[in-house]
Write a protein that binds this ligand. Sequence first.
Ligand SMILES: [Zn+2]
Length: 216
Amino acid sequence: MDQKILVILPHPDDEAFGISGILAKSIAEGAHVTYACLTLGEMGRNMGVPPFANRITLPEIRKKELEESCRIIGIQDLRLLGFHDKTIEFEDQELLDEKINSLIEEIEPSLIITFYPGYSVHPDHDATGEAVVRTVGRLPRSKRPPVHCIAFAKDHEAAIGKPTILYDVADYLEQKIGSIRAHRSQFQVPGLSEAGISKELKERFGVERFWVYPFS
Ligand SMILES: [Zn+2]
């Protein structure tokens, strides 16, 4: 059976650096990916360089950037859940869990990807990861899909150890860099030209790291 991957992240662009390579690779190998993005990142401070967005236009611009990123990666199903940016930690937990649970019931994913709760820097990232592991943790053990987490907080390896899985995504850098470039209001990465992918970028972006969440 082909993989059904459910990605649950709070912001447009959360997919770009950490998981776009493995998503593109999995899709090329037959996976179906649903990406549930909780917010439109509408509180972001970056407006492009030079600025081309403003407070009013940013949500629509970020939505378009996200759609473009998904198209480049090959993601078949994008869901915008409509929560407010920078407030996930204050959301009604029942509502959040209920939305996640209904996605799991509908999609029956063979794998879920989210942030590692507590080790993902931004409060929205941590709150999203917490909601996912809380919801999956309530499922009977036999129905729990594995949850693969991204982590990047300072000193996270001291707390949660080395990543459980390293994926070589060097063959999918075109999609990954396309995804990063799609979020042009947010990132201006030097060296990401159309001209080609430098050796440094290959090394920097060629491996993606995940921790399998240890449900006890
Ligand atoms: Zn984010």
